[in-house]
Write a protein that binds this ligand. Structure first.
Ligand code: BGC
Length: 742
């Protein structure tokens, strides 16, 4: 075909596709409108009502006649926690007995896998690998969509800078830029090509907004935050999710500057549905409409319903405030029916987009359920993602990788044979028969070594057998210690005031360390922990989070060097709880510490350095990387120009490996004091031993912009510093340039 013909065909196809999409969209909107015209006020309010079917799953109508009655009358729009082809079919059938036969939406927290358990989201964030993260979410979506689910309450895109807060495990860590990239990857993974595919479920960006900044790291607590911090740091991952087409949002339990997020018009009406023009719907968090009463913001459930619908909460999860009061509130003219209509339209639109009106059972197919849940590929991908999520924190004298050479390895600690803990918190189905423990992973990865085992202590220190563990260590050439948190020590309502290693695990480590044997410590946890003795005395420290069902195999691959670790911390590891919140993106202060030995009247602690134990972006490899030959395309750019920064990255070690190269920028003088550095780009680069590649970053004015005192998004003229490195505290290349006025 001649080029011109090809161009014509392409243009025509694009036009036809765009036209078809428009026609289809018009059709959906028209269909929503005609359905809305048929609905009674009660039926409209019903669409805004979501019940939990925790006790509906199982024998369907046993004790749930009320819920089922409501469903059959068209008074329920969605059920959460009902899953499985059998149950979803049965309950959908009840919805189809209602007058207008509007199908239900089935939803659940599918946070890191449905049947195949993937690493917890914080672990996956440590991979800095967007394709791995996308594919993890996509497999979770495929499995969820095969068991009748339409909707997952993920991704959690809250920026988390307080490791006491249990929900850090569920997010992407502390950084706005990395968090925004991950939000996009997860939304694309869950929602696939487009809603309606049987490999896609609706995603939900939660918790809108600022939940990650709950005071003192205590779950459900208040948040007090400047607009500057909100817009600059906490909102961008939500905006990224909205831009990626996320079908739904969930609001949050916290107040924001005194107003509960659920009743917050500024967040939901002005920002989300106003400025961002968001067309999906907002579900409340579990009972968060009703909780506005306990907050002291609403007098009773009726008042809470009024405030929530006015503020833009579209669906009521389990407060029963809408179903209980909205109809009367509209009849009494206390709530404008237009608000109800808008919320219903948003919800119905999604039901049409999912194709539920064509076939309400299309996600509930037994053959697909069997086939997808047993797809052997999923396990392999889970292992690959798990490997990529592991962070090598320390590797003295290159103790790792371990040789596969007939040595005796003592595997010691409460997590060595644990399976349930590897799955982590927030899983829809625990099935430890599908989990490989670290001990099993080591054995199957290398059968030549001899393995000994001793538990030594349990996680909480209620029982211990130190003597046996010491004796076991003495018989070995090298000791692998598996220590950390149990699966239920981080997650929702799992905040800890003390984030050190629980129980007597540090004592156990010290006892084993006293034998003089070389020790590799593998830490498994749902947050950054504090482990000073281990960090200082163990030869090697591997941070393995909660890696999911394939965790044991993934860790073994790293310990034996079958996979060269490439993870980097997505969150700062403090030295002490007293430093929290601690982020690499902090500020200079008027009295910065320039020399750690001179802290008199400086912004410092008298008993600890300001620096973290392990910085954001830190993570070692078995090989080494050299950064050099930095070039910038200009020393001055105008606002509409793009600066190119390039440098050579060389693998100077013995192993092939991946490096995450990180670009940080600083605006040293601005109308609002800016952080000392901010991540603005990164690339994960694979290099063979001895190989060199030229890496290029592009800096446009968006990367230089921030919210000024008038809350305008601006790039202010002046100098900017460029820092490129292997971690936020390991900058290898520096440069600067000027942004000129015009
Ligand atoms: C959590 C949400 C979750 C919801 C439904 C709430 O308690 O905060 O993240 O999606 O429950 O299970």
């Amino acid at each position: 075909m001649r080029n011109i013909d090809r161009f014509f065909c392409l243009t025509l196809t694009v036009c036809l596709t765009a036209g078809a999409a428009k026609a289809q969209k018009r059709t959906i909107d028209q269909r929503v409108d005609s359905l809305l015209r048929l609905m009674t006020l009660e039926e409209k309010v019903g669409q805004l009502n979501q019940y939990s079917g925790k006790d509906v799953t199982g024998p369907v109508n046993a004790n749930n006649t009320n819920q089922l009655n409501d469903i059959s009358k068209g008074l329920v729009g969605s059920m959460l926690n009902v899953r499985g082809v059998k149950d979803t079919r049965q309950i959908q059938a009840v919805a189809l007995r209602s007058r207008l036969k509007i199908p239900l939406l089935f939803s659940m927290d599918v946070i890191h896998g449905y049947r195949t358990v993937f690493p917890i989201p914080l672990a996956e964030a440590a991979s800095w690998d967007m394709e791995a993260i996308r594919s993890s979410a996509h497999i979770a979506a495929k499995e969820a969509a095969a068991v009748g689910l339409h909707w997952t309450f993920a991704p959690m895109v809250d920026v988390g800078r307080d490791p006491r807060w249990g929900r850090v495990m569920e997010g992407a860590g502390e950084d706005t830029y990395l968090g925004s990239m991950i939000a996009t990857a997860r939304v694309k993974g869950f929602q696939g090509e487009k809603l309606g595919g049987t490999d896609a479920v609706m995603a939900c960006a939660k918790h809108f907004a600022a939940y990650g900044a709950a005071m003192a790291g205590r779950d459900y607590n208040a948040v007090d935050m400047s607009d500057n911090m909100l817009w600059q740091t906490y909102l961008p991952p939500f905006k990224a999710a909205a831009d990626a087409g996320v079908a739904t949002f969930m609001n949050s339990f916290n107040t924001l500057n005194g107003i509960p997020a659920t009743g917050n018009s500024y967040l939901q009406r002005d920002i989300l549905k106003g400025k961002w023009g968001y067309k999906g719907f907002v579900v409340s968090d579990w009972g968060s409409i009703g909780e506005m009463v306990a907050w002291g913001y609403a007098a009773n459930n009726e008042d809470a319903a009024t405030k929530a619908i006015i503020a833009g909460s579209d669906m009521d999860m389990e407060s029963k405030a809408y179903i209980g009061h909205l109809t009367q509130l509209v009849k009494d003219k206390k709530v404008d029916v237009k608000l109800v209509d808008d919320a219903v339209r948003r919800i119905l639109r999604k039901k049409f987009e999912l194709g539920l009106f064509e076939d309400p059972y299309r996600f509930s197919n037994e053959a697909r359920e069997r086939e997808v849940l047993n797809d052997p590929q999923h396990k392999l991908i889970a292992r690959d993602v798990a490997q990529r999520s592991i962070v090598l924190l320390k590797n003295q004298n290159e103790l790792l990788p371990l040789a596969k050479s007939g040595k005796t390895i003592a595997v010691i600690g409460p997590l060595a044979k644990s399976k349930r803990d590897l799955e982590g918190n927030w899983i829809p189905l625990s099935d430890t028969t599908r989990v490989t423990s670290l001990y099993e992973g080591l054995q199957s990865t290398d059968g030549k070594n001899r393995y000994l085992y001793a538990k030594g202590t349990d996680i909480m220190g209620r029982e211990d057998a130190f003597e046996e563990a010491i004796a076991t260590a003495k018989k070995a050439d090298v000791v692998v210690m598996a220590l950390g948190e149990s699966w239920d020590m981080s997650g929702e309502a799992k905040s800890r005031a003390d984030i050190s290693l629980p129980g007597r695990q540090t004592e156990l480590f010290n006892a084993i360390s006293a034998t003089g044997k070389p020790i590799v410590v593998v830490l498994m946890a749902g947050r950054p922990l504090i482990f000073e003795d281990i960090a200082n005395k163990a030869q090697s420290v591997v941070y393995a989070w909660w890696l999911g069902a394939e965790g044991g195999n993934a860790i073994a691959n790293v310990l034996f060097g079958d996979y060269n670790p490439s993870g980097k911390l997505p969150v700062t590891f403090p030295r002490s709880v007293g430093q929290i919140p601690l982020s690499y993106a902090g500020y200079s202060t008027g009295r910065p510490v320039k020399n750690p030995r001179d802290i008199k009247y400086k912004s410092a602690y008298i008993d600890l350095p300001n620096t973290p134990k392990y910085a954001f972006g830190h993570g070692l490899s078995y090989t080494t990387f050299k950064y050099g030959n930095l070039k910038i395309s200009d020393t001055k750019i105008k606002k509409n120009q793009v600066l190119q920064v390039s440098f050579d990255l060389s693998n100077t070690g013995k192993y092939s490996g991946e490096e995450v190269v990180q670009l940080y920028l600083q605006d040293p003088i601005a109308s609002v004091a800016r952080p000392l550095k901010e991540l603005k780009d990164f690339q994960k680069v694979m290099l063979k031993a001895g190989e060199t590649k030229t890496i290029t970053f592009k800096i446009d004015s968006d990367k230089l912009s921030f919210y000024d005192p008038q809350m305008k998004w601006v790039a202010e003229p002046g100098n900017f510093n460029i820092m490129i490195g292997s971690a936020s505290d390991d900058i290898r290349l520096n440069s600067s340039f000027e942004l000129t006025d015009k």
